[in-house]
Design a protein around this ligand. Structure first.
Ligand code: ZN
Length: 434
């Protein structure tokens, strides 16, 4: 028998096995769908059993493939301390009672429960860890579990998918909220170590305050206070040596060419940024998106309105309101980007509420503040610390519909993970069966 005689047979076998594969896949899918439909009619707990989990997974993979819901880019906004009253006060001041902030006009909204692993009242470190890693930890801890073991963050998962990543804030870039996305330490106070880890992590765009955490005690950089690094390292010089562009004022930031810059470090204050913020949070967000969106694989960006919390701790309504509006301007920048890139998942949430703020028309502790139509309103406070109330979350883009309802803050991480890609959210499915 010559080789030519054997070829048609092999071709037939290829065709046959191809059809067998298609038919068996179709059977699996049909059986999977039918099975899950039955399971859902029963006790909800039954869905966690291994067989239904398998069928559930098949359905979810099919959904993902057929609907193509993949968030090529994710932009997470965190208003630190931004509870319901802060959002309402910002809305009344910016657009009045009948208006809507950009963050209010997003199609899906829900409530995030903020308790940490060891307290009903969270701090920013534990809350940011929950958002970044999907795991609740103790107050003060940065992307490690209560036993101190490092947790993989959504930013790191985006990096392994080849995406560009960025962190933007009005506090120090090493402050608790941004830190929990790119560093792993037992205490948020270890800001010098956090700075070292952030540069080592290769975060592509890092914008905010905190120059002092990057410079040795013998240097003062662009801002007057000397650095705080007792190890003598100049992390700004080290970043530039590995390819970062470094800027330290609004003009230099504006001059950065996004098409020729892939890594940008911008530090705009000794510590937290100083009012009026220059550059603004919106300007930093715009530049970050311009640079990160050059990556064909997409990007992950976290933007923090970090001083809503600080103003609320100080029971300073005017600055809290100004910072909610500043964050909303940054949200508008992201929404404008999403208008041309609809595969962008945008989420606006908070880590917790600060100050127990009350906003109403009756004369209160602070005010009057004015709506655009001249209506006066007042703000009062019940504490100088954090509160345990749920915080509003609004979202648009791929999988944003999953953020309707009330859920733990860790779930916001799980939705972002799902948005990244199906094989990446498999661990989430395994853990929660949801
Ligand atoms: Zn706080």
């Amino acid at each position: 028998m010559s080789a030519s005689h054997g070829q048609p047979g092999r071709r037939n076998m290829h065709v046959t096995s191809k059809w067998l594969l298609v038919i068996s896949l179709a059977l699996i899918l049909w059986f999977g769908v039918a099975h899950v439909e039955t399971e859902r009619g029963r006790d909800d707990g039954a869905r966690l059993e291994p067989p239904s989990y398998v069928y559930d997974l098949v359905v979810k993979l099919t959904n993902q493939i057929t609907t193509g819901k993949h968030a090529r880019a994710i932009i997470l906004f965190i208003g630190d301390g931004m509870g319901e009253a802060q959002r309402t006060a910002g809305r009344w001041a910016a657009v009045g009672r009948d208006g809507m902030l950009a963050m209010d006009a997003m199609p899906f909204s829900g409530w995030s429960c903020t308790a940490s692993a060891n307290s009903a009242v969270t701090d920013s470190a534990a809350a940011a860890t929950a958002l970044a890693t999907g795991v609740k930890t103790n107050n003060g801890m940065i992307a490690v579990d209560p036993a101190g073991r490092p947790l993989t963050t959504i930013l790191e998962r985006a990096q392994t998918r080849g995406k560009a990543v960025g962190l933007v804030t009005t506090t120090q870039v090493t402050h608790a909220t941004p830190a929990a996305f790119a560093a792993h330490v037992r205490s948020r106070k270890e800001m010098l170590e956090i700075a070292r880890q952030m540069i080592a992590a290769g975060v592509d765009v890092l914008l905010g305050g905190g120059e002092d955490e990057f410079l040795p005690t013998t240097m003062s950089g662009c801002y007057p206070q000397p650095g705080e690094r007792s190890d003598g390292r100049n992390l700004i010089a080290e970043a530039v040596a590995v390819g970062y562009t470094y800027v330290c004022d609004a003009d230099a930031l504006a001059a950065v060419d996004p098409t020729s810059t892939s890594r940008l470090l911008g530090l705009f204050a000794d510590e937290g940024m100083v009012r009026p913020f220059s550059p603004s949070l919106a300007e930093m967000t715009r530049k970050a998106i311009e640079i990160l969106s050059q990556d064909p694989d997409g990007f992950f960006l976290m933007v923090e309105g970090g001083q809503i919390d600080w103003a609320s701790h100080a029971n300073d309504a005017a600055n809290a309101i100004a910072d909610v509006i500043g964050l909303d301007e940054a949200v508008s920048v992201a929404l404008a980007h999403a208008a041309t890139a609809p595969d962008t998942l945008i989420i606006v949430t908070a880590d917790h509420e600060t100050g127990g703020m009350r906003v109403d028309l009756v004369a209160g502790e602070q005010g009057p503040f004015y709506m655009p139509d001249g209506t006066p309103f007042y703000v009062s406070w019940t504490t100088g610390g954090h509160t345990s109330v749920d915080v509003p979350t609004t979202a648009q883009g791929p999988w944003a519909d999953l953020l309707a309802g009330t859920y733990e803050n860790t779930y916001i991480h799980d939705v972002m993970l799902r948005g990244l890609n199906w094989w990446i959210w498999m661990p989430t499915v395994l853990r929660e069966g949801t």
